[in-house]
Every structure is written in structure tokens, then in C-alpha cells.
Design a protein. Structure first.
Length: 342
């Protein structure tokens, strides 16, 4: 059961920005196995919104009193990325399960936190929600059916116009709060998508980055595999909002274009349309329902634990190597120590 005894699991939201209010909260409220009973939010305006949307929840300006409670089962961390590692460690020490927005960690040292979390016996689950987008679900289905054969090349691009990556307080452009720029933001999502497409660890990683305000705003990332390659282009300097790409296999290819995909094989082209473009919004509450189901599954079934954490470890390690490559003039970095986790 997804409950403790006969009650729903009780949780607290840490941070009440747009992601919490527009994506996480609607998903929690649509699941009878969970109940949000507290919110920690230092900003008065956001705290007032939390009080309006969650009138029965306890509100805190800081997390200290929250972690001292003994009637909470989990926390949902929606705070800026730079705070994730310490909040996850504190939650694990308090004996709480953790759902955390991406990226789970922002530095190589943060991986030690993952091991600590495993030792605590608590579930640490990252919001890797993009793989639940209907377009990607359909893409994975086509691949599993062998429609284009073995994947040989992936090319994905994320275009966002200037000033679209700042959030409510422009924190994503402040390295001391965000830990990094677009690679940690949009890049994290595309790394776990590529991991699912390739089902193996890359052999080398190379990256070039341009910076503004202390964080990377444009990234060109190349990952080579045993018999394949993946390229990712990310920018906060695009002329418009757009996601697109190509997945080429031995027997055909799949064209990705924001709100549709086209399957190209020897047979006539087949187009699949979706009601919402990948670039339409930053929140996607409908994708969160599957994330929460996965979180619940790991809480109630210890044998199910580990896959999500393996994804997070993979994304973190690839990100670290990409930053290293960029610092060294885009030199390809071998990924011998990267854990496959499949």
C-alpha cells in the first residue's frame, strides 16, 4: 500500500516557486496516497500563495523547524538547484523520503550524498519528468518495436529566447544559487532521454560552452558510444522557443518537432501529433503524475529502488565531464569511470 497504516503519506514542499505551484502541487492533490501538510518558503509573496492554495498546511519561513517534526514521511524539494544537495542530506538524516527537482546534484562531490542517501534506507527520487512526455513515450514505444532498428545517431536541440531561463527571481542565471546554467537545466532532461535511447554509457564526452553572467547559456555537447553518437545543442539565446531533433537508426529515422514526430522508414511516412508542444511551458503538470507513481513504487517496494537514482548518477557524471571538456578547450574526455547502471 502507498500509505503508512491507514493514512496517506504526509509530506512537505520545500520551495513554492512556479514549479511547485503549477506542476508538483496539482499532481500531489490528484493522488490519494499522499497529502501535503507543510510548506517551507522564505519569500512572503510565495508564502501567501501557498497559504491560499494549501489553507490547511503549516507554513515555515525556513526548513529547520520542518525537519524537527516527527509526523512527516517525505519532502518534495523545489528549491533552487544549488540548495538540493544539502537539503537532500538533511532530509535523509531526518529519516525522510525525498522527491527532488532536477538536477539532483550540481557538483561531483554531490554524488557522495547519493551514497549516503542509499545507506540511510530512504528513497531519493529525482523529477526526471520529460521521459513521461507523450511524444517521448511514443518515441520509446517505436524504438522498442524495432521500427528504426538499432539507434546510430541522435541529435537534439533546445532553443529558448533570452530572459526565458530565469524563473521568478532570475535565480537560474546566478551561479551561486543555480550551480550552473542551461546544461544543468534543460540539459539534464536530455541526458536521461539519451540514456534511455542508447542503453549504454558513452565512451567519450566533449562540450563547448559560451557564458553570460557566470553561467553557460549556450552548449554544444557530443557523446560518442560504441557504434553511435549523440549531439545536443542548448541555448538561452534562441530566436524562439522550440524543441526539435532526429533519431536515426539502421532501418529509418524519427523526426522530433515539438508537438509531433514523423516516422520515416521504407513504408509511407507516419506522423504522430500531440496536444502540447515540448516547449509550450516549463511546468507540464500532467507529466508529474507518472513521476509521483514512480516515487510511490520505490517507497513501497524496496526491490524497485535504484533505477531513478542510477539515472541521476549518470546525468551528474556526464554533466561533470562536459564541464571538464569545456574548460579544456572542448577536448574529448573518456568516460571510463562512468557507471552504466542498466
Amino acid at each position: 500500500m502507498g500509505r503508512h497504516g491507514d493514512r496517506p503519506l504526509r509530506g512537505a514542499l520545500i520551495g513554492f516557486g512556479n514549479a511547485a505551484a503549477r506542476a508538483h502541487l496539482p499532481a500531489w492533490e490528484g493522488n490519494d496516497d499522499f497529502r501535503i501538510v507543510a510548506v517551507a518558503e522564505p519569500d512572503p509573496e510565495r508564502a501567501r500563495l501557498a497559504a491560499q492554495l494549501l489553507p490547511d498546511a503549516d507554513l515555515y519561513r525556513e526548513t529547520g523547524p520542518l525537519f524537527c517534526r516527527n509526523d512527516i514521511d517525505f519532502v518534495d524539494i523545489c528549491a533552487p538547484s544549488g540548495f538540493h544537495e544539502e537539503l537532500v542530506k538533511t532530509a535523509c538524516r531526518a529519516g525522510l523520503h525525498v522527491l527532488c527537482e532536477k538536477p539532483l546534484v550540481t557538483s561531483p562531490g554531490g554524488l557522495a550524498m547519493i551514497d549516503e542517501a542509499n545507506a540511510s534506507g530512504r528513497v531519493v527520487f529525482t523529477v526526471n519528468n520529460w521521459k513521461h512526455a507523450p511524444l517521448w513515450v511514443k518515441t520509446f514505444q517505436l524504438l522498442s518495436e524495432g521500427r528504426i532498428g538499432i539507434v546510430r545517431h541522435v541529435s537534439l536541440a533546445v532553443l529558448r529566447p533570452p530572459n526565458s531561463g530565469g524563473g521568478l527571481t532570475d535565480w537560474r542565471r546566478r551561479r551561486e544559487i543555480a550551480g550552473g546554467g542551461i546544461l544543468l537545466d534543460h540539459g539534464w532532461h536530455h541526458l536521461y532521454v539519451i540514456r534511455s535511447l542508447m542503453n549504454e554509457a558513452p565512451e567519450t564526452i566533449s562540450a563547448g560552452m559560451s557564458y553570460a553572467g557566470g553561467v553557460e547559456e549556450t552548449v554544444t555537447l557530443t557523446m560518442t558510444f560504441r557504434a553511435a553518437q549523440a549531439n545536443v545543442f542548448l541555448t538561452w539565446q534562441g530566436a524562439s522557443r522550440r524543441n526539435h531533433g532526429t533519431i536515426r537508426g539502421e532501418k529509418g529515422e524519427i523526426l522530433i518537432e515539438d508537438d509531433h514526430l514523423i516516422l520515416l522508414t521504407d513504408a509511407p511516412a507516419v506522423r504522430h501529433d500531440f496536444p502540447e508542444a515540448l516547449s509550450h511551458t516549463s511546468h507540464h503538470p500532467e507529466w508529474m503524475h507518472e513521476v509521483i507513481k514512480g516515487f510511490r513504487r520505490e517507497i513501497i517496494d524496496e526491490e524497485a529502488r535504484g533505477e531513478n537514482l542510477a539515472e541521476a548518477r549518470w546525468c551528474s557524471q556526464v554533466t561533470h565531464l562536459a564541464y571538464q571538456s569545456s574548460r579544456e578547450g572542448s577536448r574529448p574526455i573518456r568516460s571510463d569511470g562512468l557507471e552504466e547502471g542498466f
